[in-house]
Design a protein around this ligand. Structure first.
Ligand code: PMP
Length: 361
Protein backbone atom coordinates (compact mmCIF):
# COMPACT_ATOMS: atom_id res chain seq x y z
CA UNK A 1 0.00 0.00 0.00
CA UNK A 2 1.39 3.37 -1.01
CA UNK A 3 1.08 6.23 1.49
CA UNK A 4 0.53 9.75 0.21
CA UNK A 5 2.68 12.73 1.09
CA UNK A 6 0.37 14.29 3.70
CA UNK A 7 0.75 18.06 4.17
CA UNK A 8 -2.63 18.66 5.81
CA UNK A 9 -2.86 21.47 8.36
CA UNK A 10 -4.88 19.48 10.88
CA UNK A 11 -6.03 16.81 11.18
CA UNK A 12 -2.68 15.96 9.72
CA UNK A 13 -0.16 13.19 9.13
CA UNK A 14 0.25 10.58 11.86
CA UNK A 15 3.40 8.48 12.14
CA UNK A 16 3.08 5.31 10.07
CA UNK A 17 4.44 3.25 12.98
CA UNK A 18 1.68 4.58 15.24
CA UNK A 19 -1.07 3.70 12.77
CA UNK A 20 0.45 0.28 12.31
CA UNK A 21 0.61 -0.35 16.06
CA UNK A 22 -2.97 0.88 16.55
CA UNK A 23 -4.12 -1.43 13.78
CA UNK A 24 -2.42 -4.41 15.39
CA UNK A 25 -4.12 -3.64 18.73
CA UNK A 26 -7.46 -2.47 17.38
CA UNK A 27 -9.52 -5.56 18.06
CA UNK A 28 -7.61 -6.91 21.04
CA UNK A 29 -5.47 -4.56 23.11
CA UNK A 30 -2.48 -6.41 24.57
CA UNK A 31 -4.25 -9.80 24.65
CA UNK A 32 -7.19 -8.32 26.57
CA UNK A 33 -9.66 -9.78 24.07
CA UNK A 34 -11.23 -6.35 23.65
CA UNK A 35 -10.51 -3.01 22.05
CA UNK A 36 -9.42 0.18 23.82
CA UNK A 37 -12.77 1.56 22.61
CA UNK A 38 -14.56 -1.12 24.58
CA UNK A 39 -12.84 -0.68 27.95
CA UNK A 40 -14.60 1.09 30.77
CA UNK A 41 -12.88 4.39 31.38
CA UNK A 42 -12.71 3.27 35.03
CA UNK A 43 -10.87 0.03 34.15
CA UNK A 44 -7.26 -0.45 35.19
CA UNK A 45 -6.29 -1.00 31.53
CA UNK A 46 -7.68 2.36 30.45
CA UNK A 47 -6.34 4.17 33.50
CA UNK A 48 -2.84 2.98 32.75
CA UNK A 49 -3.09 4.36 29.18
CA UNK A 50 -4.39 7.67 30.54
CA UNK A 51 -1.64 7.98 33.15
CA UNK A 52 1.08 6.91 30.76
CA UNK A 53 0.07 9.60 28.27
CA UNK A 54 0.20 12.23 31.03
CA UNK A 55 3.59 11.00 32.24
CA UNK A 56 5.07 10.91 28.76
CA UNK A 57 3.95 14.48 28.12
CA UNK A 58 5.55 15.53 31.40
CA UNK A 59 8.77 13.81 30.48
CA UNK A 60 8.98 15.03 26.87
CA UNK A 61 8.09 18.65 27.64
CA UNK A 62 9.95 18.66 30.97
CA UNK A 63 6.84 19.93 32.74
CA UNK A 64 7.64 20.98 36.33
CA UNK A 65 5.83 19.22 39.21
CA UNK A 66 3.69 22.23 40.08
CA UNK A 67 1.86 21.93 36.76
CA UNK A 68 -1.22 19.82 35.98
CA UNK A 69 -1.65 18.00 32.68
CA UNK A 70 -5.30 17.73 31.59
CA UNK A 71 -7.07 15.97 28.74
CA UNK A 72 -10.20 17.89 27.80
CA UNK A 73 -12.68 17.97 24.94
CA UNK A 74 -14.14 20.79 22.86
CA UNK A 75 -10.93 21.50 20.93
CA UNK A 76 -8.66 24.49 21.31
CA UNK A 77 -11.76 26.53 20.45
CA UNK A 78 -13.37 25.74 23.80
CA UNK A 79 -10.19 26.96 25.50
CA UNK A 80 -10.82 30.35 23.87
CA UNK A 81 -13.87 30.54 26.18
CA UNK A 82 -12.63 28.62 29.22
CA UNK A 83 -9.54 30.78 29.67
CA UNK A 84 -11.47 34.04 30.19
CA UNK A 85 -14.29 32.31 32.12
CA UNK A 86 -11.76 30.99 34.62
CA UNK A 87 -9.12 33.71 34.73
CA UNK A 88 -10.55 37.02 33.55
CA UNK A 89 -11.69 38.52 36.82
CA UNK A 90 -13.99 41.49 37.27
CA UNK A 91 -12.24 44.82 36.74
CA UNK A 92 -9.35 43.05 35.04
CA UNK A 93 -8.24 43.00 31.43
CA UNK A 94 -7.24 40.02 29.32
CA UNK A 95 -4.52 41.06 26.88
CA UNK A 96 -4.29 39.39 23.51
CA UNK A 97 -1.51 39.41 20.95
CA UNK A 98 -3.42 39.11 17.69
CA UNK A 99 -1.13 37.44 15.15
CA UNK A 100 -3.63 35.50 13.09
CA UNK A 101 -7.16 34.23 12.71
CA UNK A 102 -7.00 31.91 15.72
CA UNK A 103 -5.70 34.50 18.15
CA UNK A 104 -8.33 36.90 16.86
CA UNK A 105 -10.99 34.31 17.62
CA UNK A 106 -9.57 33.87 21.12
CA UNK A 107 -9.70 37.66 21.62
CA UNK A 108 -13.29 37.92 20.39
CA UNK A 109 -14.38 35.12 22.69
CA UNK A 110 -12.81 36.89 25.68
CA UNK A 111 -14.69 40.08 24.78
CA UNK A 112 -17.94 38.19 25.29
CA UNK A 113 -16.92 37.31 28.82
CA UNK A 114 -15.15 40.39 30.13
CA UNK A 115 -12.75 43.18 29.25
CA UNK A 116 -10.23 42.23 26.58
CA UNK A 117 -7.58 44.36 24.99
CA UNK A 118 -5.16 43.98 22.10
CA UNK A 119 -1.53 43.99 23.31
CA UNK A 120 -0.35 44.10 19.67
CA UNK A 121 -1.80 43.15 16.32
CA UNK A 122 -0.23 42.39 12.96
CA UNK A 123 -3.54 42.38 11.11
CA UNK A 124 -2.66 45.47 9.06
CA UNK A 125 0.12 43.60 7.31
CA UNK A 126 -2.10 40.55 6.84
CA UNK A 127 -0.52 38.73 9.76
CA UNK A 128 2.83 38.33 8.02
CA UNK A 129 4.99 38.61 11.13
CA UNK A 130 5.23 38.29 14.91
CA UNK A 131 5.58 41.62 16.74
CA UNK A 132 8.78 42.38 18.58
CA UNK A 133 8.46 41.81 22.34
CA UNK A 134 9.12 45.54 22.86
CA UNK A 135 5.95 46.39 20.91
CA UNK A 136 3.59 44.60 23.31
CA UNK A 137 1.38 46.95 25.32
CA UNK A 138 -0.15 45.57 28.49
CA UNK A 139 -0.07 45.96 32.22
CA UNK A 140 1.43 43.34 34.53
CA UNK A 141 -1.57 43.74 36.84
CA UNK A 142 -3.98 42.62 34.21
CA UNK A 143 -5.48 39.16 34.19
CA UNK A 144 -3.14 37.61 31.61
CA UNK A 145 -1.34 37.93 28.32
CA UNK A 146 -2.47 35.48 25.65
CA UNK A 147 -0.50 34.55 22.54
CA UNK A 148 -0.61 31.94 19.77
CA UNK A 149 2.85 30.41 19.49
CA UNK A 150 2.39 29.27 15.88
CA UNK A 151 -0.09 30.73 13.44
CA UNK A 152 -1.31 27.79 11.43
CA UNK A 153 -3.06 29.77 8.70
CA UNK A 154 -0.55 32.55 8.00
CA UNK A 155 2.59 30.54 8.72
CA UNK A 156 4.32 32.61 11.40
CA UNK A 157 5.84 31.45 14.68
CA UNK A 158 7.12 33.07 17.84
CA UNK A 159 10.87 32.58 18.41
CA UNK A 160 11.15 34.15 21.90
CA UNK A 161 8.46 34.43 24.51
CA UNK A 162 7.84 37.15 27.07
CA UNK A 163 9.52 36.12 30.33
CA UNK A 164 8.13 38.26 33.10
CA UNK A 165 7.74 36.60 36.48
CA UNK A 166 4.81 38.83 37.46
CA UNK A 167 2.72 37.98 34.52
CA UNK A 168 0.24 35.23 33.76
CA UNK A 169 1.27 34.10 30.31
CA UNK A 170 -1.17 31.88 28.40
CA UNK A 171 -0.45 30.28 25.04
CA UNK A 172 -2.33 28.44 22.36
CA UNK A 173 0.30 25.97 21.12
CA UNK A 174 -2.08 23.88 19.02
CA UNK A 175 0.12 23.84 15.94
CA UNK A 176 3.63 23.64 17.34
CA UNK A 177 3.52 21.83 20.67
CA UNK A 178 6.15 19.05 20.74
CA UNK A 179 7.94 20.54 17.71
CA UNK A 180 10.61 22.36 19.72
CA UNK A 181 11.87 22.80 23.25
CA UNK A 182 9.73 25.37 25.10
CA UNK A 183 10.22 27.05 28.48
CA UNK A 184 7.09 25.65 30.16
CA UNK A 185 7.96 27.53 33.37
CA UNK A 186 7.34 30.87 31.58
CA UNK A 187 3.68 29.97 31.10
CA UNK A 188 0.77 29.73 33.48
CA UNK A 189 -1.32 27.82 30.99
CA UNK A 190 -0.66 26.14 27.65
CA UNK A 191 -3.34 24.50 25.54
CA UNK A 192 -3.31 22.55 22.31
CA UNK A 193 -5.82 20.62 20.24
CA UNK A 194 -4.22 17.25 19.49
CA UNK A 195 -4.76 16.99 15.76
CA UNK A 196 -1.37 18.30 14.63
CA UNK A 197 1.69 17.01 16.50
CA UNK A 198 -0.09 15.06 19.23
CA UNK A 199 -2.49 12.62 17.62
CA UNK A 200 -5.98 12.50 16.17
CA UNK A 201 -8.68 15.10 16.86
CA UNK A 202 -10.83 14.61 19.93
CA UNK A 203 -8.58 15.46 22.85
CA UNK A 204 -7.21 18.83 23.91
CA UNK A 205 -4.14 18.99 26.12
CA UNK A 206 -4.05 21.66 28.84
CA UNK A 207 -0.95 22.24 30.96
CA UNK A 208 -1.56 24.61 33.82
CA UNK A 209 0.29 25.86 36.85
CA UNK A 210 -1.36 25.05 40.18
CA UNK A 211 -1.13 28.56 41.55
CA UNK A 212 -3.66 30.01 39.11
CA UNK A 213 -6.40 27.60 40.20
CA UNK A 214 -7.16 29.80 43.20
CA UNK A 215 -8.19 32.61 40.86
CA UNK A 216 -11.10 30.62 39.43
CA UNK A 217 -14.46 32.10 40.49
CA UNK A 218 -17.12 30.00 42.21
CA UNK A 219 -20.19 28.92 40.32
CA UNK A 220 -18.82 28.12 36.87
CA UNK A 221 -20.57 25.29 35.03
CA UNK A 222 -18.87 22.10 36.21
CA UNK A 223 -17.42 21.05 32.87
CA UNK A 224 -16.04 24.54 32.18
CA UNK A 225 -14.19 24.82 35.48
CA UNK A 226 -10.55 23.69 35.31
CA UNK A 227 -10.74 22.66 38.99
CA UNK A 228 -13.18 19.87 38.12
CA UNK A 229 -10.70 18.32 35.73
CA UNK A 230 -7.73 18.79 38.04
CA UNK A 231 -9.57 17.19 40.97
CA UNK A 232 -10.85 14.27 38.91
CA UNK A 233 -7.61 13.82 36.91
CA UNK A 234 -9.45 14.41 33.62
CA UNK A 235 -11.85 11.56 34.44
CA UNK A 236 -14.84 13.58 35.66
CA UNK A 237 -16.80 12.36 32.66
CA UNK A 238 -16.04 9.84 29.92
CA UNK A 239 -12.80 10.92 28.23
CA UNK A 240 -12.15 10.42 24.50
CA UNK A 241 -10.37 7.17 25.35
CA UNK A 242 -9.29 6.15 21.87
CA UNK A 243 -7.89 9.60 21.06
CA UNK A 244 -5.92 9.51 24.32
CA UNK A 245 -4.65 6.02 23.49
CA UNK A 246 -3.48 7.35 20.09
CA UNK A 247 -1.86 10.30 21.87
CA UNK A 248 0.03 7.85 24.10
CA UNK A 249 1.32 6.00 21.02
CA UNK A 250 2.43 9.26 19.37
CA UNK A 251 4.23 10.29 22.55
CA UNK A 252 6.01 6.93 22.77
CA UNK A 253 7.02 7.28 19.12
CA UNK A 254 8.31 10.80 19.81
CA UNK A 255 10.38 9.50 22.71
CA UNK A 256 11.73 6.54 20.77
CA UNK A 257 12.77 8.85 17.96
CA UNK A 258 15.01 11.08 20.01
CA UNK A 259 12.49 13.26 21.84
CA UNK A 260 11.80 16.91 21.21
CA UNK A 261 15.42 17.91 20.60
CA UNK A 262 15.55 15.57 17.64
CA UNK A 263 12.26 16.78 16.20
CA UNK A 264 13.34 20.39 16.63
CA UNK A 265 16.44 19.65 14.52
CA UNK A 266 14.39 17.73 11.94
CA UNK A 267 11.82 20.51 11.72
CA UNK A 268 14.57 23.05 11.14
CA UNK A 269 15.95 20.89 8.37
CA UNK A 270 12.58 20.32 6.71
CA UNK A 271 11.48 23.96 6.87
CA UNK A 272 14.86 25.24 5.67
CA UNK A 273 14.63 23.02 2.61
CA UNK A 274 11.23 24.41 1.72
CA UNK A 275 12.12 28.05 2.38
CA UNK A 276 15.27 27.65 0.29
CA UNK A 277 13.20 26.28 -2.57
CA UNK A 278 10.96 29.33 -2.27
CA UNK A 279 13.83 31.82 -1.93
CA UNK A 280 15.80 30.33 -4.83
CA UNK A 281 12.90 30.58 -7.26
CA UNK A 282 13.51 34.21 -8.33
CA UNK A 283 10.13 35.23 -7.04
CA UNK A 284 8.15 32.46 -8.75
CA UNK A 285 7.23 31.25 -5.29
CA UNK A 286 6.65 33.96 -2.73
CA UNK A 287 6.68 33.27 1.00
CA UNK A 288 3.87 34.99 2.91
CA UNK A 289 5.67 35.32 6.27
CA UNK A 290 8.50 37.77 6.87
CA UNK A 291 11.76 35.87 7.12
CA UNK A 292 12.37 36.33 10.84
CA UNK A 293 8.84 35.15 11.68
CA UNK A 294 8.70 32.10 9.44
CA UNK A 295 6.97 29.06 10.88
CA UNK A 296 8.77 25.72 10.93
CA UNK A 297 5.39 23.98 10.92
CA UNK A 298 3.27 25.73 8.27
CA UNK A 299 5.04 27.05 5.18
CA UNK A 300 2.78 29.48 3.29
CA UNK A 301 3.52 30.70 -0.24
CA UNK A 302 1.92 31.99 -3.41
CA UNK A 303 2.54 31.51 -7.12
CA UNK A 304 2.46 34.31 -9.73
CA UNK A 305 -1.17 33.81 -10.81
CA UNK A 306 -4.36 32.11 -9.69
CA UNK A 307 -4.23 29.88 -12.80
CA UNK A 308 -0.74 28.65 -11.92
CA UNK A 309 -1.82 28.05 -8.33
CA UNK A 310 -4.70 25.86 -9.53
CA UNK A 311 -2.45 23.99 -11.93
CA UNK A 312 0.17 23.51 -9.20
CA UNK A 313 -2.44 22.05 -6.87
CA UNK A 314 -3.88 19.79 -9.56
CA UNK A 315 -0.51 18.42 -10.59
CA UNK A 316 0.55 18.03 -6.97
CA UNK A 317 -2.55 15.93 -6.27
CA UNK A 318 -1.75 13.71 -9.25
CA UNK A 319 1.76 13.21 -7.86
CA UNK A 320 0.42 12.05 -4.48
CA UNK A 321 0.74 15.29 -2.48
CA UNK A 322 -2.21 16.06 -0.20
CA UNK A 323 -3.28 19.21 1.63
CA UNK A 324 -1.24 21.91 -0.14
CA UNK A 325 -4.13 24.31 -0.73
CA UNK A 326 -3.80 27.39 1.46
CA UNK A 327 -6.50 28.24 4.00
CA UNK A 328 -9.52 29.85 2.32
CA UNK A 329 -8.91 33.12 4.17
CA UNK A 330 -5.36 33.55 2.78
CA UNK A 331 -5.37 31.66 -0.52
CA UNK A 332 -2.18 30.42 -2.17
CA UNK A 333 -0.49 27.29 -0.88
CA UNK A 334 0.54 25.89 2.48
CA UNK A 335 2.69 22.90 3.35
CA UNK A 336 2.18 21.77 6.94
CA UNK A 337 5.24 19.83 8.00
CA UNK A 338 4.47 18.58 11.49
CA UNK A 339 6.65 16.03 13.30
CA UNK A 340 5.08 13.05 11.54
CA UNK A 341 5.76 14.38 8.02
CA UNK A 342 8.89 12.50 6.93
CA UNK A 343 11.91 14.27 5.46
CA UNK A 344 11.35 12.18 2.30
CA UNK A 345 7.98 13.84 1.74
CA UNK A 346 9.53 17.30 2.07
CA UNK A 347 12.35 16.37 -0.31
CA UNK A 348 9.79 15.09 -2.81
CA UNK A 349 7.79 18.31 -2.50
CA UNK A 350 10.86 20.51 -3.03
CA UNK A 351 11.75 18.48 -6.12
CA UNK A 352 8.20 18.81 -7.44
CA UNK A 353 8.21 22.58 -6.79
CA UNK A 354 11.51 23.03 -8.64
CA UNK A 355 10.28 21.03 -11.61
CA UNK A 356 6.99 22.91 -11.73
CA UNK A 357 8.88 26.18 -11.65
CA UNK A 358 11.16 25.15 -14.52
CA UNK A 359 8.17 24.04 -16.62
CA UNK A 360 6.24 27.26 -16.13
CA UNK A 361 9.00 29.83 -15.97
N1 PMP B 1 -5.64 27.41 17.48
C1 PMP B 1 -4.82 27.10 16.47
C2 PMP B 1 -3.45 27.71 16.43
C3 PMP B 1 -5.24 26.23 15.46
O1 PMP B 1 -4.44 25.93 14.45
C4 PMP B 1 -6.56 25.69 15.53
C5 PMP B 1 -7.09 24.71 14.52
N2 PMP B 1 -6.46 24.58 13.35
C6 PMP B 1 -7.37 26.06 16.60
C7 PMP B 1 -6.87 26.90 17.56
C8 PMP B 1 -8.77 25.52 16.74
O2 PMP B 1 -8.66 24.22 17.15
P1 PMP B 1 -9.90 23.22 17.31
O3 PMP B 1 -10.37 22.91 15.93
O4 PMP B 1 -9.27 22.05 18.02
O5 PMP B 1 -10.94 23.90 18.13
Amino acid sequence: MERRHIFNAGPSALPFEVLDKAQSELISYQQAGMSVMEFSHRSKEYKSIHTEAQNLLRELLEIPDEYEVLFLQGGASLQFSMVPMNFLGNKQVGNYVVTGSWSEKAYKEAQKIGAASIAASTKESNFDHIPDLSELRYSDNDAYLHLTSNNTIHGTQWRNFPANQNQTLIADMSSDILSRVIPVQNFSLIYAGAQKNLGPAGVTVVILKNDILERIPEGLPTMLDYKTHVQKKSLYNTPPAFAIYMLSLVLKWTKENGGIENFEAENKKKSTMLYETIDNSNGFYNGHAKKDSRSRMNVTFTLPTEELTQLFLEEATEEGFVGLKGHRSLGGCRASIYNAVPLDSVEALCEFMSQFHQKHN
